[in-house]
Design a protein around this ligand. Structure first.
Ligand SMILES: O=C(O)CCC(=O)C(=O)O
Ligand SMILES: [Fe+2]
Length: 279
């Protein structure tokens, strides 16, 4: 063969499939060499196929909130501050953000929420409305959208970083977990089988994304866990975990929970984002 071997689209496709099927790069290079390819060409072709298999942000699902990661930025411009991109996962779609809130914002949210906390409720599975649920042993409250200056500032930041209209966001919810308290794994979208879902969906449609912001750092425990992908995000003050789910379906792998707090306490603020305007 000549030294100007060129890799055909068919070969690229085959390499990508082999990599997805679990073939090692070394084995693939060896089989290409056996088939007459120059080692250098084979190495480059396999490396290119590996890159092709990596998640391409421009192919992100439309119709859900999503930070702009197209240019591989490690830091996002949130308007009034720079937010760090700490981890990016394709499926479930999870992005961990660093420095989303500053310490003063975290403290202000906790202090504004503290006098208004009551035992958290979840949407009732049997009747219209919500009820106290043993799976959720935290205490919580909701801020109306734009409830105070800090809430407004944080809501504007969320809309900008996640490219999602502020009007599609529910009011921020603050949760407080004492030692032993947890939020057992659940999906944030509304389950079509529940009696109350039809009336909930009239206000802005389904939830399609969640941002959980950590308002303090517990001493031990309290991670946000994604059991299906065996992933845990540690709750560090000021950081946030974002995840999205284009369909209200377990295939999104967005089952998640708040692991029990083992020592200290845990405060989070959650913003749920709807498909349409949440009025
Ligand atoms: O506390 C956590 O880490 C998770 C909170 C959560 O799942 C929610 O607010 O929907
Ligand atoms: Fe949740």
């Amino acid at each position: 063969m000549s030294t100007t071997q060129s890799v055909t689209p068919e070969l690229k496709k085959w390499l990508r499939e082999q990599l997805i099927a679990g073939q090692s790069s070394v084995d693939l290079v060896q089989s290409m060499v056996k088939a007459g390819w120059h080692q250098k060409v084979a190495l480059e072709a396999v490396a290119a196929a590996k890159l092709d298999n990596w998640f391409k942000p421009e192919e992100a699902t439309p119709g859900v909130p999503e930070p702009d990661l197209r240019r591989g930025g490690c830091v996002l411009d949130a308007g009034d501050r720079q937010v760090q991109v700490l981890m990016v996962v394709e499926r479930p779609r999870v992005v961990v953000l660093g420095g989303f809130l500053d310490d003063l914002e975290c403290d202000a949210l906790v202090e504004a929420a503290r006098p208004r906390m009551s035992r958290s409720e979840t949407v009732s599975e049997v009747q219209d409305g919500s009820e106290v649920n043993m799976a959720r042993t935290s205490r919580g409250m909701f801020f109306e959208r734009g409830a105070n200056d800090v809430v407004s500032r944080v809501e504007a930041r969320i809309a900008r970083v996640l490219n999602w209209p502020l009007e599609n966001g529910e009011g921020i919810q603050v949760l407080h977990y004492q030692p032993g308290a947890e939020y057992q794994p659940h999906y944030d979208y509304f389950d079509a089988r529940h009696a109350s879902t039809a009336s909930i969906l009239k206000r802005g449609g389904q939830r399609v994304g969640t941002l959980v912001m950590y308002l303090n750092t517990p001493l031990r425990g309290g991670a946000t866990t994604f059991p299906e992908s065996k992933m845990a995000v540690q709750p560090i003050k000021g950081n946030a975990v974002f995840f999205s789910y284009p369909t209200p379906d377990p295939s999104t792998l967005t089952l998640h929970g708040g692991a029990p707090v083992l020592e200290g306490e845990k405060w989070v603020a959650t913003k749920w984002m709807r498909q349409g305007r949440f009025a």
